[in-house]
Design a protein around this ligand. Structure first.
Ligand code: F6P
Length: 320
């Protein structure tokens, strides 16, 4: 192993920069060269990269986003694109590629591994926390904290106006973000795609709360549950209460990474570089029972990470 490439192909997540920095410096300490491909897979299609030295990654640990930039790249989804990317890796003698991103990025890495001799290792970084093979992804903790801070502020208005708020959080098709955010803001209702919740149940909870003297409520909804504006209208109609919708959106994806996200970046980077130094490829690093571990990238791409639905019961008990 002489040269390692780094790429951030999917949506940015807070802590990606900390991971780029950590991979670069750990690799440097093992006498390896590091290059960073710019704008995700596009950088491999256009041979666009920069040398990453320990100094080149200074001053970024606290920054959200990715210094390498990112781009959704449809060309890479075609066979020709993948072949071109493999040629770029070969032309630059890249022995190992560290792919920092989510399951979409790892699917891309798996495709690329079928055309390339370069060893691939994935570092999970996404606010969605939906990567199989790790209990937590880089950026998740930051996004949870960002959403919690925003909802605590929304709660002030909810209480003052005795209103019900639906707050939509990101998460793509999964409810990891909504569940942790919902529990930690004391949400009265949490809506996740993994658990079908009927309108009658939501209305039941809100009416029971009103009967107990609780005229306000926060419903945390994952974007994956569908049309939250329509849900808000339905609730307004059926309860007669004022209902407001607040979509947190991209504010959750940016911002300075928490200590937790930065720490995971360091731990995952060390494992990724170790694996490459041992000539092990096609792996995704992650946390298993709180310790750093790794699984095959194909398994990570194939399996669906389960959401702990018992936590919905806990949230219910905590919000009476
Ligand atoms: O995967 C991260 C994420 O922010 C999801 O939560 C969201 O559904 C999606 O990316 C948005 O993607 P885009 O950046 O393409 O709008």
């Amino acid at each position: 192993m002489k040269t390692i490439g780094v790429v951030t192909p999917g949506g940015d997540a807070p802590g990606m920069n900390a991971a780029i920095r950590a991979v670069t410096r750990i690799a440097h300490s093992r006498k390896l060269q590091v290059i960073g491909f710019e704008r995700g897979w596009d950088g491999l299609l256009t041979n666009n990269f920069k040398r990453l030295t320990p100094r080149a990654v200074g001053g970024i640990i606290q920054l959200g986003g990715t210094m390498l930039h990112t781009l959704r790249c449809p060309k890479f989804e075609e066979k020709e694109g993948v072949k071109k990317a493999a040629e770029t890796l070969a032309a630059n003698n890249v022995d190992g590629l560290v792919v920092i991103g989510g399951d979409g990025s790892f699917r891309g890495a798996l495709d690329l591994s079928r055309e390339s001799r370069t060893l691939m290792v994935g570092i999970p970084a996404t606010i969605d926390n939906d990567v199989f093979g790790t209990e937590e992804t880089i950026g998740f903790d930051t996004a949870v904290n960002t959403a919690v801070k925003a909802i605590d502020q929304i709660r002030d208005t909810a209480i003052s106006h005795e209103r019900i708020f639906i707050v939509e959080v990101m998460g793509r098709k999964r409810g990891f973000l909504a569940l942790d955010v919902g529990i930690t803001v004391g949400a009265e209702v949490i809506l996740v795609p993994e658990n079908e919740c009927k309108m009658t149940e939501i209305i039941g909870v809100l009416k029971e709360n009103e009967r107990k003297g609780k005229k306000t409520g926060i419903i945390v909804a994952a974007e994956g549950v569908g049309d939250t504006a329509a849900i808000a209208k339905q609730i307004e109609k059926q309860t007669g209460s004022e209902v407001r919708l607040s979509i947190l959106g991209y504010a959750q994806r940016g911002g300075s990474p928490t200590a937790r996200s930065r720490l995971l970046a360091g731990l995952f980077a060390e494992k990724a570089v170790d694996l490459l130094c041992q000539e092990q490829g096609n792996k995704v690093v992650g946390l298993k029972n709180g310790a750093v571990a790794n699984i095959d990238i194909a398994e990570s791409c194939k399996k669906r990470k389960p959401l702990d639905l018992r936590l919905l019961k806990l949230a219910e008990m905590l919000a009476i």
